[in-house]
Design a protein around this ligand. Structure first.
Ligand code: MG
Length: 310
């Protein structure tokens, strides 16, 4: 995979890439891209016609925020909060669904105390945690005991795998992630760690979730698909949009496909990158990274104002 143009400041990168947005569909504002599938076009029509019945689910890293070498430095795209603040009051709910702790995503996203985001929900740790803007608090059940055991053994496992240098352990509270993006050979380090980390996870009742140069060890039975489905049910939504960029978003894509089979229109959006292609193949609409996602959300909010799209 071509990593020679690895982003260092992806906000600038996204702006500089000058993407060709998908062709606008007649009848929509020029800025509103058209899904390439009939199911996606139908879902977008339903969402624009009855936004108050729709849930918008969004991944954070790589979707609302550019991927950067140090995950602690990741921040929402500068236009993300304005776009969300325009969209959120018009739809049933906006849920940010992330592998990060909910409080970290709220901080990195700048979601707290923003006018228009009073009903935003952040489902952190793949739905194991929840932050509600209306209360400003995080609620969650106790952490899986295997996470502490894995955390204790991880430095030794990395050392034995010869992948200590340049790898970086991200403490996620309810999960532990090993990043290889800063290793001398990020892809080689990633491959070298897959098996030892899978063995470590299994021994403590956890699973490994691979992502973009990151291997996350976390409890089983928690994924973005479960989180999205439960949230759609809770809200009683009649349509759903989900946007993501990485392999961890595939369960949410499956959840939307299942909802479609049950008659709930769903729009699958891929925040495109040169690192992951699995989502683009299943998406109704591929946009150019976080900048493209943010443009889409803003255009949807604008289209909901328009008398011609009712
Ligand atoms: Mg992501």
């Amino acid at each position: 995979m071509g990593t020679h143009s690895e982003p260092t400041d992806s906000h600038d990168l996204n702006a500089a890439k000058a993407p060709n947005p998908p062709t606008a569909s007649p009848g929509f504002s020029d800025a509103l891209p058209a899904p390439v599938t009939a199911a996606g076009r139908d879902a977008l029509d339903v969402i624009l016609a009855r936004p108050g019945r729709a849930v918008v689910g969004l991944d954070f890293d790589g979707t609302l925020a550019a991927i950067v070498p140090d995950p602690e430095q990741a921040r929402a795209h500068p236009e993300a909060v304005p776009a969300l603040a325009a969209l959120a009051p018009k739809v049933a709910s906006v849920a940010v669904i992330t592998g990060r702790p909910a409080g970290v995503a709220v901080h990195h996203g700048g979601f707290a105390g923003v006018a228009g985001l009073e009903h935003l929900v952040v489902l952190g740790h793949y739905g194991a945690e929840r932050w509600d803007a209306v209360t400003g608090t995080v609620t969650a059940p106790p952490a899986h005991p295997g996470v502490a055991a894995v955390r204790a053994e991880l430095p030794g496992v990395l050392e034995r795998a010869g992948a200590w240098q340049g790898t970086w352990i991200e403490e996620k509270g309810r999960a532990v992630a090993v990043h290889t993006r800063r290793a001398a050979d990020p892809h080689a380090a990633f491959e070298a760690l897959r098996e030892p980390l899978a063995e470590l996870a299994t021994r403590h009742g956890l699973v490994v979730e691979p992502g973009r140069l990151v291997l996350e060890l976390r409890p089983p039975g928690v994924d973005k698909g479960v989180a999205l489905r439960e949230y759609v049910r809770e809200v009683g939504a009649e349509a759903v949009l989900y946007a993501g960029d990485d392999l961890g978003d595939l369960p949410a894509f499956t959840a939307v496909e299942d909802l479609r089979a049950e008659g709930v229109p769903g729009l699958l959006v891929c925040s495109g990158s040169n690192e992951v292609t699995a989502l683009a193949k299943r998406a109704d609409l591929v946009v150019d990274g976080p900048a493209g996602v943010v443009r889409l959300l803003g255009a949807m909010a604008a289209a909901m104002n328009s008398p011609t799209t009712g």
